[in-house]
Design a protein around this ligand. Structure first.
Ligand code: PZK
Length: 287
């Protein structure tokens, strides 16, 4: 008999199931979203790349903060996770000025209450990484919030802890990535609290779906940067004049193959493990 599993949640490209009172199963699909729309064409192994990368980072950040990973399944796309009480904020760290932070900076000169120097340009590296929390929107986009608003949601001591831990995690991962030719421009981390009140890193960590990965060799401040993984798919979607409203277009096989190759390249560069070795035995990323 198969194990009984209750579906407890859906992300755009992931599913979450309850295994028992203490454990969840997080399953990463091969779906891809671009311009906030999930496309009808899968990218083979994308879910395995993201699952393997997350597990790689969990195994390497345990000395900074404990995480929810209990087991990596043989399919390479499913992880058994410790059930937590999730904090009601997205914990974003930014080392570069991009996306909503660039928009907020242009409009107000500040991001989440961090006043920044004048005359910064789009995608510019910040003098120091900043913690820029956001609310978790159930519909539409997350909203950037300042320290006071985040403290209202999680309390002052938990805020101070999560800010310190998130910045430390970002510095560790960004330095590792930079040394391998990938700029980790920003990242979104999610934390929960266990039954003993301890802060625990959850969800996915430092994947191309939760972070902006930029190829370091193409970095040029003053413009938006190409995405390490999604640029072929985005360029294709724009080239055919898609208006970016659902449904998204099907991707031709050469765009699928090129996009898959970029995901695999990101995995191999960051982990220094052959992706075929991961497929043969996912636990290689934990060693
Ligand atoms: C949890 N999400 C978001 C992620 C989805 C939804 N360890 C945990 N304990 C309790 N809750 C969560 C987690 C984690 N991770 C995460 N919602 C609840 C989410 C992926 C797929 F459908």
């Amino acid at each position: 008999m198969p194990e009984a599993v209750l579906h407890v949640g859906s992300g755009k490209v992931r599913e979450l199931y309850a295994l028992d009172a203490e454990r969840l199963l997080l399953v990463a699909s091969d779906r891809i979203s671009t311009f906030d729309v999930v496309l009808p064409t899968d990218i083979p192994d994308k879910g395995r790349v993201l699952t393997g990368l997350s597990a790689f980072w969990f195994a390497r950040t345990g000395s900074v903060v404990p995480n929810h990973l209990l087991a990596l399944r043989d399919d390479g796309r499913s992880t058994e996770c410790k059930r937590l009480t999730m904090l009601p904020i997205e914990c974003v760290v930014r080392g570069y000025l991009s996306g909503s932070a660039w928009k907020d900076y242009v409009t107000t000169g500040a991001v989440c209450g961090h006043r920044l120097p004048p005359n910064l340009v789009e995608s510019e590296r910040l003098a120091e990484p900043i913690f820029t929390p956001a609310t978790k929107a159930t519909a539409g986009h997350d909203e950037n919030i300042d320290r006071a608003a985040a403290v209202e949601l999680v309390g002052e001591s938990r805020f101070d802890e999560v800010e310190r831990v998130a910045l430390e995690l970002y510095e560790l991962a960004a330095e590792h990535a930079q040394a391998r030719g990938i700029i980790l421009a920003d990242t979104k981390l999610e934390f929960g609290v266990d039954g003993d009140g301890r802060l625990v890193l959850a969800d996915e960590a430092f994947t191309p779906d939760s972070s902006r990965f930029w190829p370091a060799q193409d970095y040029e401040p003053g413009r938006p940067q190409p995405s390490f993984d999604k640029q072929y798919a985005r360029d294709y979607c724009e080239s055919i004049g898609w208006d970016k409203t659902p449904p998204g277009p099907e991707l031709p096989e050469e765009i699928v193959a090129g996009t898959r190759a970029r995901y695999v390249e990101a995995f191999e560069r960051l982990t220094e493990i052959a992706f075929d070795d991961y497929l043969a035995d996912p636990e290689v990323v934990l060693r």
